[in-house]
Ligand binder design. Structure first.
Ligand SMILES: C[S@@+](CC[C@H](N)C(=O)[O-])C[C@H]1O[C@@H](n2cnc3c(N)ncnc32)[C@H](O)[C@@H]1O
Length: 210
């Protein structure tokens, strides 16, 4: 895994994000109990550049938290593109709306508050890009659900697929680690996709539907 010094070096040599994201980063660290859930500047820059490369028209995010990654993507997509983001924790709703307005991207985003497993099947859109970043236990189930919602040629980005390096530690047998392992196996064995795991931050699966 990348150590702290290398991560700092990567950040110093990646273009900075919009100042509003720095503000949300600080505010999340002051106000939220688990600020580490926020993906951070390096991943935000990667999401930004992926959006600029792919120019997706329809984007789905599973796991909004304080809308940091939502905003990174929403700022990078074109005005006629639309992003749906799903968050289970209704206590975050006001913060999410406030942050989307602060970043002036609310017109490109639909926020759905509720369980992803219920909301995903109810969506009658298919997506060019999906960012999966919610409860790890459900990753294997989300893979099945999301594959049906992904357009051919579309990309699924799955965060935390190295789970702090625990995926290769045979002594780590907790339920979340095993769920991430199962997810990675399912993706590897699925003939309709091709994938690479990028060792950025906690591991980002880059999965393309053929
Ligand atoms: C790691 S955080 C998302 C971080 C965000 N994508 C970012 O990069 O800043 C995961 C979020 O998923 C939400 N979540 C957890 N289980 C969920 C579920 N079953 N359905 C929808 N959201 C869920 C959590 O409440 C949390 O806000």
């Amino acid at each position: 895994m990348i150590n702290k010094a290398l991560e700092a070096y990567l950040e110093q040599h990646s273009s900075p994000m919009h100042p509003v994201l720095d503000e949300i980063y600080r505010q999340t660290h002051l106000q939220q109990l688990y600020p580490r859930m926020l993906s951070g500047p390096l991943q935000a820059r990667l999401l930004d550049l992926i959006c600029k490369m792919l120019r997706p028209k329809t984007i789905l995010e599973v796991g909004t938290f304080t809308a940091y990654s939502t905003i990174a993507m929403a700022m990078a997509i074109q005005d006629d593109a639309h992003l749906i983001t799903i968050e289970a924790n209704e206590e975050l709703e006001d913060t999410i709306i406030e942050n989307l307005n602060k970043a002036a991207v609310f017109h490109k985003v639909s926020l759905k508050i509720g369980q992803a497993a219920t909301i995903i099947p109810s969506l009658n859109t298919s997506f060019d890009l999906i960012f999966l970043d919610a409860d790890k236990m459900s990753y294997p189930m989300y893979f099945d659900l999301l594959l049906t919602k992904l357009n051919p040629g579309g990309f699924l980005l799955a965060d935390n697929v190295l789970w702090n390096g625990k995926v290769t530690d045979a002594s780590a047998q907790d339920a979340e680690t095993n769920a991430i392992r199962l997810f990675n196996e399912k993706v590897t064995d699925e003939p309709s996709v091709e994938q690479i795991i990028l060792p950025i931050r906690d591991g980002l699966g880059l999965i393309r539907k053929k």
